[in-house]
Design a protein around this ligand. Sequence first.
Ligand code: R1P
Length: 275
Amino acid sequence: MSKALLDANFPRLIDGKTMHLNVLEGDVNPRILSVGDAGRGERISSYLENLQIINSTRGFITYSGTFEGVPVSIIVTGMGIPMMDFVVREATSVISSKVAMIRLGTCGALKPNTKPGSIILASSSRFISQNYSYPVGPAYNLSSKVHSDPDLFTIFKNQLISIFGSENVDEGVDLTCETFYSAQGRKDPRFDDCNENLIENMVVEEPEAAAMEMETFKLLHLASTSKGKIAATACMIGLLNRHTQELMDFSKLHDIERDAARAALMALIRYPLDN
Ligand code: R1P
C-alpha cells in the first residue's frame, strides 16, 4: 500500500513522499551537501545539530539539521549520474526557495602535477559517455561544458584555501564518466572496452581536465537548466593520479574529508539565497 503512487509524471507515494529519496516538504533544507559514500555522510553528519535522518530503500540518506545555526542537509547520493539526478530533482521538489548545492566526492586526478590527497575544484564539467553504436563514430564521446555557479565556486574555493592552503587546492575541468571502469579508461582484458587511449585522448580534447569521477556533470547540468533555482559547484579529493599512478596516503582520507566538508558547509551557509 505504501508504494501506491499519487502522480505518474513525478511520482509521490500515497503519503506524499518522493518515490526514491522518501522526503516531504520540510525534510530537506535549501543548502545541500551531496556526498557519494554513506560512511562519509554519517561521519560528517556529526557537524549538524538538531539532526533528523531520513533513510530510503534506494540507498539515499538525508541528514538535516543546523550548522552554525543555519539549516542545511547532507544527502548520501550514491554513485553515478542517475543517482545524482534523483537527488537533485527529488530534494529540490520539496523546497520552494532557491537552493545551493555542493558535491563533495573523490576522484582520480588528471593533471600530471596534482598531488594525490589534494582537493580538486570543478570550475566546469564535461561528460564522457560510451558510444554503444561504435564503430560508428568514436568509442567514447566528450560532451560540451557546464559551469559551476561562479559565486558559490568562489566562496567555496576561499573556504578550502583557508583550511588546506592554496598549494593543496587545485581546480579545473571535471570529467564525469558514465562508468567507473570502461569510461574512465581502466583496462579489463575480459571485455572489449575499446578504451586503450581514452585518458590520453580526453586530455588532448580537454587540456584543462583535472578530475575523473561520476556525478558532477549531472549536478551542474541540472543546475544550469533549473531556471535559476539551483546554484551548484563541486570538489573532489584526488585519491590517486591517473598519470603517475601515485596513490594518496589513505590514513589521511577521513581528516581531509572532514575538513573539506567543513569548508563546504561554511560555503553553503555563506552563499546568499534570495528567496
Ligand atoms: C567511485 O568509486 C565513486 O567515487 C567517486 C566517483 O564519482 C564514484 O561515485 O565519488 P564519491 O566518492 O563521491 O562516491
